[in-house]
Design a protein around this ligand. Structure first.
Ligand code: SAM
Length: 278
């Protein structure tokens, strides 16, 4: 006899119980018969069973092998679904996409495990896999952070880093009562439409991300203090001059700046380095 399945908190297992929610996620994701879908964390299949009739093919990556029996049973009616029992963060996505979806546009659709939302999203974006869209359920506060505009309190390093790769839209809110077990937080579904090329031009991407990270490490600090604390080669006077060259006052804070301004600072810093060690 099958053992009853115990939901695991350490894997962020809050399963959707109301079928209207996954149906709406699929509807608003734009997924259709012309695309393959990569699902992360199918759990007991609440979203998978709604994706399968709509998409050309669904490949779902699930870490918890204890779900194998109930999930396989639930997905039996669908011939176009495959489950890979592995950790998505350890998965070679380039190889997976080449193997499973040759010639197909691919969308990502998932109710994400919240304990690893940021690493999963950054993996999906940094790999530049050419996903047509990424539609995911995340914690409500995280959705607000991703959709924050520069100058607002919610704007952070992740807002700008994700904004470099994709246009983010909040689709709808999902109350905690729609899951079992009921999580302590509310959720929201967001859709990321990945840019074919970045919305700002920058000479060295890795430096841009470092400048963004440095600017938000200590929120109470001004940008000039944050930057010279992070980059040992920059004195306070040089940092103030660097910002002035970009048309910024010394007391400005990181959350007030747009991605364009961060790109400008990053290029100015690179130019300064090149002049110092040609
Ligand atoms: N899709 C299901 C639903 O909406 O009801 C389950 C969503 S639940 C919030 C997150 C799922 O991600 C769980 O099934 C969990 O086991 C799985 N998961 C957690 N960490 C994972 C990882 N590193 N790689 C793949 N799946 C993971």
């Amino acid at each position: 006899m099958n053992q009853p399945f115990r939901k695991k908190k350490q894997y962020g297992q809050n399963f959707l119980t109301n079928p209207a929610i996954p149906a709406r996620i699929v509807r608003e994701s734009g997924i259709d018969a012309s695309c393959g879908v990569l699902e992360i964390g199918p759990g007991l299949g609440a979203l998978t069973v709604q994706l399968a009739p709509v998409a050309a093919k669904v490949v779902a990556v699930e870490i918890d092998r204890d779900l194998q029996s109930p999930l396989t049973e639930r997905l039996r009616p669908f011939g176009n679904v495959k489950v890979l029992w592995q950790d998505v963060l350890q998965t070679d996505l380039k190889a997976l996409l080449a193997e499973e979806f040759p010639g197909l546009d691919v969308c990502v659709c998932a109710n994400l495990p919240y304990y690893i939302t940021t690493p999963i999203l950054m993996k999906l974006l940094e790999g530049r896999y050419g996903f047509r869209s990424i539609t995911v359920m995340v914690q409500k506060e995280f959705a607000e952070r991703l959709c924050a505009v520069p100058g607002s309190e919610n704007c952070g390093a992740v807002t700008l880093s994700v904004g470099y790769y994709a246009k983010v839209r909040r689709l709808f809110a999902v109350p905690a009562g729609c899951f079992s077990p009921r999580p302590k937080v509310d959720s929201a579904v967001i859709r990321l439409d990945v840019y074919a090329s970045p919305p700002v031009a920058v000479r060295e991407e890795s430096l841009l991300f470092e400048v963004i990270k440095a600017s938000f490490l200590q929120r109470r600090k001004t940008l000039s203090n944050s930057l010279c604390a992070y980059f040992p080669s920059l004195s306070k006077a040089e940092t103030v001059q660097l910002l002035a060259d970009c048309g910024l006052p010394p007391e400005i804070r990181g959350e007030a700046l747009s991605l364009e301004k961060f790109a400008e600072i990053s290029d100015a810093l690179l130019l300064k380095r090149e002049k110092e060690s040609p």
